[in-house]
Design a protein around this ligand. Structure first.
Ligand code: XIL
Length: 415
């Protein structure tokens, strides 16, 4: 058992959070970028794993969904049209290279989506091969695809503690940080001005586990610029493209766990502060990487959170929805039913809040999902976290999303 966990952790060190316990280990490693703390980081990782060994999440028994539960749908209308009828956008994260290498996939994207978001192309690491060079070409390909097929496009993401180019921590200091950040935001946002529906301006800035009273993550940007780096980025983005919706994007607010509660509270406080200061923010992005086999979905708490966000005058976008099936049974029928149930139960709750204007899955087909590496199953079978299977056929997860969209309340029509 420990071998498995250690190898999972080893694989995860270069990636982002998946589950809170993995996240805490990754964070503790990533945070200690000073060489003299490297040893401590290792120790802390071992400690965290040992404690979490007792956590039932690691040893939980397989869940099941009643055989009587139906995922039937009345017709095969696409998710795009089903969502549009309700004034909601449906879309997915896409990598530009898959659009050119896989025409069948590209066709399915156009059929199902009204909005896309680059999974990788607009992150610092992809855009900034060196301090003086911007590589816009993969992002431009996505923008061209979106234009040709009349899809909207999101921007992801301008400020993140992760996916930094190797040169950045070396070059960055307290003297040049503000200029580097503002230059980056303005250059990138201007480049795509008029083409972007909404920008994830700041991603994952909250991490209460880092111990700060304001819940902010101890990131390089925070270290260099203090908490105002967030407002700085939003102001720069607003200046560069006054039309795009500006979004603060974050994870693990979905479930009724201590971690979820702490994160919801800290995120709400951050949003309140930003609104009070007049920071130009228009929406909260909720990643919604669903992971629990016993999800502890608490509709009331989640809806209260969404209502509190909406009461600040903010819209909500579900930006990265997927359901990891890492711990679910191998049998595909059983597994697909559990994944579908997780989608439908979650979406029924969040789509009941009219401030939720968009829903994007983090990928469209199981052929291309970050979870096949970042949450690989230990039995060797492929991950099935998305609406379409690897052959581009609609799965029960697709039905589940369709069913929730059909039940969603009507928003003002998308123009
Ligand atoms: C992930 C991508 O899916 C991977 O392909 C990439 O290697 C790392 O990033 N939260 C986010 C996304 O905001 O940017 C992450 O995407 C998934 C978690």
């Amino acid at each position: 058992m420990w071998g498995g966990i250690y190898s999972t952790l080893a694989r995860s060190v270069v990636c982002v959070h998946l589950e809170p316990f993995i996240a805490s280990v990754i964070d503790s490693i990533a945070m200690r970028r000073r060489v003299f703390l490297a040893g401590l980081a290792g120790l802390s990782a071992v400690g965290t794993v040992a404690i979490l060994g007792k956590d039932r999440r690691l040893a939980s028994s397989p869940v099941s969904v009643s055989t009587r539960r139906s995922f039937a749908i009345a017709n095969q209308t696409s998710l795009r049209l089903r969502a549009a009828t309700k004034g909601i956008l449906y879309g997915a994260a896409i990598q530009s290279q898959t659009l050119s290498s896989d025409p069948k996939f590209a066709r399915r994207v156009v059929e199902e989506c009204s909005i896309l978001v680059p999974e990788w192309e607009l992150k610092w690491k992809a855009l900034r091969p060196s301090p003086n060079r911007f590589n816009f070409s993969p992002g431009d390909k996505l923008a061209a695809f979106a234009k040709t097929h009349k899809l909207l496009m999101r921007g992801h993401t301008l400020v993140w503690h992760h996916a930094m180019p190797a040169w950045l921590p070396i070059v960055l200091n307290r003297q040049n940080a503000e200029q580097l950040l503002v230059d980056h935001v303005q250059t990138v946002v201007k480049h795509y001005a008029g083409k972007i529906h909404s920008w994830d301006v700041v991603n994952e800035a909250i991490n209460p586990k880092d111990g700060r009273a304001d819940g902010l993550r101890q990131s390089l940007w925070l270290e260099m610029l203090g908490p105002d780096y967030i407002d700085l980025a939003f102001h720069a983005a607003a200046k560069a493209d006054p039309q795009a919706l500006l979004v603060y994007n974050d994870y693990s607010v979905d479930y009724d766990t201590t971690e979820g509660e702490t994160r919801r509270t800290a995120i709400l406080k951050l949003l309140e502060k930003m609104k009070a200061k007049g920071t130009p923010i228009q929406a909260l992005g909720i990643q919604a990487h669903l992971y629990r086999d016993d999800p502890r979905l608490n509709p009331k708490k989640l809806q209260n959170f969404l209502k509190n966000v909406a009461d600040l005058g903010l819209k909500v976008m579900i930006t990265e929805l997927d359901v990891t099936d890492r711990t679910f049974p191998k049998d595909i029928k059983t597994r697909d039913r559990i994944v579908a149930a997780a989608y439908e139960d979650y979406l029924d709750v969040v789509l009941a809040e009219p401030a939720v204007i968009a829903l994007l899955t983090w990928g469209l087909s199981d052929r291309y999902t970050w979870l096949s590496t970042d949450a690989a199953r230990t039995d060797g079978s492929s991950a099935r976290p998305l609406p379409l299977d690897a052959q581009m056929n609609r799965k029960l997860a697709w039905n589940a999303i369709a069913r929730s969209l059909d039940r969603a309340t009507q928003r003002p029509m998308v123009t």
